[in-house]
Design a protein around this ligand. Structure first.
Ligand code: XMP
Ligand code: MG
Length: 184
């Protein structure tokens, strides 16, 4: 599927499938080098991180395990409250593990900040973060994100795991939605 198949729903393509792939090659090489000789537990945050997890993991040469967590911010509205509820916890015991959280997007950074403190209470050897996308708001929160795919503007984006009302996650690229999609 490409932008043309989206009809009038998509305003523009922000990142092509090729750009995403090239950037993931670079991040994977960096992660392989940084964790050389160690085993990594990749922790994907459902559902948005499914695509980046699959594509990043396949590029790594390190021995890795993959686990998943689902979290949800309390409250209504479109902005994150920072109060997080665990919908699905990890299967893995983090004791002594090198944990790499894999995220689709960091916006306010509140979800991630909560997740980091939560995972750090479980005795891991280390916890780092890799995110495909990061919005400017994230700079306001003191969260150290070691691996960032792309810094993007504040516009709402979909595709490559990201949804609007659970749709568009399957797009192989990242795009911005046309305003009529969420105002109609
Ligand atoms: P924080 O706590 O960093 O939350 O504000 C990040 C979560 O907010 C969602 N999010 C988006 N989802 N397009 C989406 O499809 C976007 O542009 C977007 N910005 C934020 C997403 O669930 C992410 O995990
Ligand atoms: Mg998400």
């Amino acid at each position: 599927m490409d932008a043309a198949d989206m009809g009038q729903d998509l305003e523009r393509v922000l990142l092509t499938e090729e750009q995403i792939g090239t950037r993931l090659d670079e991040l994977a090489a960096q992660i392989d080098a940084d964790y050389a000789g160690r085993e990594v537990l990749l922790v994907g945050v459902l559902k948005g991180a499914v695509m980046v997890m699959a594509d990043l993991a396949r590029r790594l040469h390190l021995p890795v395990e993959m686990d998943w967590m689902a979290v949800s911010s309390y409250g209504a509205g479109t902005t994150s409250s920072g109060v997080v509820r665990i919908l699905k916890d990890l299967d893995a015991d983090l004791t002594g593990r090198h944990v790499l959280i894999v995220e689709d997007i960091i916006d306010s950074g509140l979800t991630l900040s909560w997740l980091l403190s939560n995972l750090r209470t479980r005795g891991p050897a280390s916890v780092e973060v890799a995110t495909m996308l990061r919005k400017p708001e994230a700079a306001k929160v003191d969260v150290d994100v070691r691996y960032v795919g792309f810094d993007i503007p504040t516009d709402f984006v979909v595709g490559y795991g990201l949804d609007y009302a659970e749709k568009y996650r399957n797009l192989p690229f990242v795009g911005t939605l046309a305003p009529h999609v969420y105002t109609d």
